[in-house]
Design a binder for this molecule. Structure first.
Ligand code: NAG
Ligand code: NAG
Ligand code: NAG
Length: 678
């Protein structure tokens, strides 16, 4: 998506001030307690009702005012031109020739050049321009089916200003190989072009070095037989934003950009798809009408560039790549009716679960499943027959409670299959796959996603789904220091599966070490568990068992010896910057939630959370707090909020840090109070 991962990174690395700085979050919906204004030179931009961010306020649209007529005229001219070219192509002879491409030999239909009568334009038909490069025409639906599931190489070529500017190393061939080996069929390549123009209006030339690098990455992906979606990414708010900038200037630059991208990539094979723009901002009829027009400008420019572009599959979208805005407003223009096209939307819902807000660490109740299905069925019902790809969706099982994340991924893939949507997972580099170690942060989550996308029935780890206390999870066996070692259970929803094996590393557990009931209840015997921990063993992760099933994903079962974490100093006076509090984790080193009340018991913010389930009441949004390897952190935005919102008569704020397993916030539970004197 947008900046989720980046925002986290920014919080980790930057010092937050009372006013949010460039890129920082400046609103978070109801009860947002962080800064709501931005430092000078930036402006608070609302992505959605839950997330706003300080963006560069500098308008790029100076000097572009008078160009709309030019653009329009050009577009019209070129439309005519390209249409006639298409006609020429249709009438020209086609010959089937067998060519070997990479490992497999395949037959492609190649149009032979016959530039005779109808057109005198400089657009040449494919073979003339593209030489021996092949292209096997394919329908949008077949292409979308073939690219399912895919993976986003996020926060990379879309980073601002350069690849490497954010949290990821440059893209390597090894990363692409690993993604392919993991079962993905496509890679969406988000690219931000804004900072690579070497001239401005009216020329808008892209730096050839940048264009070469983008082509190198596209070739890397295509050469491995994967599908690729190339787009224009954070440009969407840097200069493309029709809610802020003059339409004519946007049209001019957008047209110039796609003319160049279209030209450079016109001879790539059919596995390269184009996506005009990522998450285009807008909220009104006028914005939507302008976006529909910009989609047509995109089609015009790529067709005008020629090569194989007239037959290339494209993904179009509505405002924000949002389901409901697309339903309300998207209209396919009348230009290039033969261009194979489908729709793309993005899905990050429910927000509180995906973004770990307000203590929400459970998911999967019947109502939540129904809500997700309703979003999908509403989209499909309104846009039946149109190929659809979900170009981004979120949820990192590395940060979320794993069993809840697995349930979410499984249901998401089931519903995507049911409504015939192809899926491409968002990964900012911290969410899913470590591009340095080439390992998945949560291999079981990865397995659930890939198997679910393939239509397999996954067994799932059961656990609390409704936010009640305690939160149970069959992704873990938790054993508390000081308690006797007894047999323990983990429960599974089998979905037609039988258990095949349980292993600890390479060693399979024997039948004397566990039992597994027909209803999916695993019991690990006390004698087996006592090989992993005792009453007094040091806290920590003791083993990670792997359960394989007769079909679908494997799951992991993490065995944790735990005790309540220790924060040696728990009273602090009025922090004024990011405030790191050292912690001894004693088990599973993650904070699940933070409860925030004043010393009179009143909620620090978000008093409406009183209506939420017990695990969520008075819990603070993730952006106010965080955690690192050896500390929990009160970000400056959180500290500032406390200072500036302290009611009369109150001296302290009490922050309760809650850990996994979640069993409440009162004394004796897995939680630690920190008192902030104000
Ligand atoms: C179309 O979308 C609207 C909401 O925008 C929804 O109420 C309606 O049920 C949808 N139609 C179908 C056939 O799904
Ligand atoms: C990826 O792995 C490297 C090397 O072990 C490590 O330094 C880095 O923190 C990891 N990244 C994430 C996001 O876990
Ligand atoms: C933390 O403080 C809150 C508010 O005073 C209190 O209700 C709760 O019991 C305390 N929890 C712990 C673990 O001390």
């Amino acid at each position: 998506m947008l900046f989720y991962g980046f925002a986290v990174v920014a919080l980790l690395t930057a010092t937050v001030s009372a006013q949010a700085r460039l890129w920082e979050q400046c609103n978070g919906g109801i009860g947002w307690t962080g800064p709501k204004t931005c430092v000078a030179g930036t402006t608070c931009y609302e992505w959605n009702p839950y997330y706003a961010q300080c963006l560069d306020a500098a308008s790029p649209s100076t000097a572009t005012t008078v160009r709309s007529t030019t653009t329009t005229t050009r577009a019209t001219t070129l439309t005519t031109t390209t249409r006639s070219t298409v006609k020429t192509t249709t009438r020209s002879t086609t010959s089937s020739s067998s060519r070997s491409s990479s490992s497999s030999s395949r037959t492609s239909t190649v149009t032979t050049q016959k530039t005779t009568t109808t057109t005198t334009t400089k657009t040449t038909t494919s073979s003339g321009v593209c030489g021996t490069a092949t292209f096997a025409p394919i329908s949008a639906q077949s292409a979308f089916d073939a690219l399912h599931p895919g993976w986003n190489i996020g926060n990379t070529l879309d980073a601002i200003p350069n690849e490497g500017s954010w949290n990821n190393p440059p893209i390597t061939s090894a990363v692409i190989d690993a993604i392919k080996a993991s079962g993905y069929k496509s890679i969406r390549i988000p690219v931000t072009w804004t900072h690579h123009f070497i001239s401005s209006s009216p020329i808008w030339t892209i730096d050839p070095t940048w264009m070469n690098r983008v082509e190198e990455v596209v070739d890397m992906v295509l050469s491995k037989g994967l599908w690729a979606i190339l787009n224009v990414h954070h440009d969407s708010w840097e200069w493309f934003d029709v809610t802020q900038f003059d339409n004519a200037g946007v049209e001019e630059r957008f047209g110039a950009l796609w003319a160049q991208i279209g030209d450079r990539f016109k001879c790539k094979n059919e596995r390269l798809l184009f996506e005009p723009i990522n998450e285009p901002p807008g909220t009104t009829d006028a914005h939507a009408a302008e976006l529909n027009k910009l989609n047509d400008i995109f089609l015009t420019k790529i067709n005008q560039a020629g090569g194989y572009n007239p037959k290339r599959v494209v993904t179009l979208s509505g405002l924000g790549q949002d389901t409901y805005k697309t339903i309300n407003w998207f209209q396919r223009g009348t230009l290039y009716p033969n261009q194979p096209w489908g729709l793309q939307f993005h899905y990050y819902s429910p927000y509180d679960f995906i973004f770990r807000a307000w203590g929400k660490s459970t998911w999967g109740g019947a109502d939540e499943k129904a809500t997700l299905e309703l979003d999908f069925s509403t989209f499909r019902g309104n846009l039946s027959g149109i190929p659809v790809v979900i170009g981004e969706f979120g949820g990192s099982p590395a940060g979320l409670e794993p069993a809840a994340a697995w349930r979410y991924f499984d249901w998401f893939t089931q519903m995507a299959n049911k409504y015939h949507f192809s899926i491409i997972a968002w990964d900012n580099g911290d969410d899913l796959f470590n591009r340095t170690t080439l390992k998945w942060h949560n291999p079981a989550g990865q397995s659930v996603l890939i198997n679910g996308a393939a239509g397999k029935k996954n067994a799932l780890a059961l656990g609390t789904t409704d936010g009640s206390v305690p939160q149970l999870s069959s992704a873990f066996i938790f054993h508390k220091v000081g308690t006797p070692v007894v047999s323990q259970t983990a429960s599974y929803e089998l979905n037609g599966n039988t258990l095949v094996s349980i292993k600890n590393g390479a060693t399979a557990l024997t039948s004397s070490q566990y039992s597994f009931s027909s209803t999916g209840v695993l019991t690990l015997t006390s004698s087996y568990l006592s090989t992993l921990y005792s009453t007094s063993s040091a806290p920590g992760v003791k083993a990670e068992l792997t359960l394989t099933f007769s079909q679908g994903a494997f799951l992991t079962l993490t065995i944790v010896q735990w005790d309540v974490p220790v924060i040696s100093q728990t009273n602090f006076a009025n922090p004024t910057s990011d405030f790191r509090i050292p912690i001894t984790w004693n088990g599973f080193n993650r904070v699940a939630a933070v409860r925030a009340v004043w010393d009179n018991g009143v909620y620090v913010s978000d008093d409406w959370t009183v209506w939420l389930p017990p695990l969520q009441q008075a819990r603070w949004t993730f952006g106010n707090w965080g955690y690192e390897a050896n500390s929990v952190v009160l970000w400056q935005s959180g500290a500032d909020y406390l200072r500036s919102n302290k009611p009369a008569g109150v001296t302290n704020a009490i922050l309760t840090w809650e850990f996994y397993p979640r069993d409440g916030y009162t004394p004796g539970s897995n939680a630690v109070n920190v008192t902030i004197g104000l």
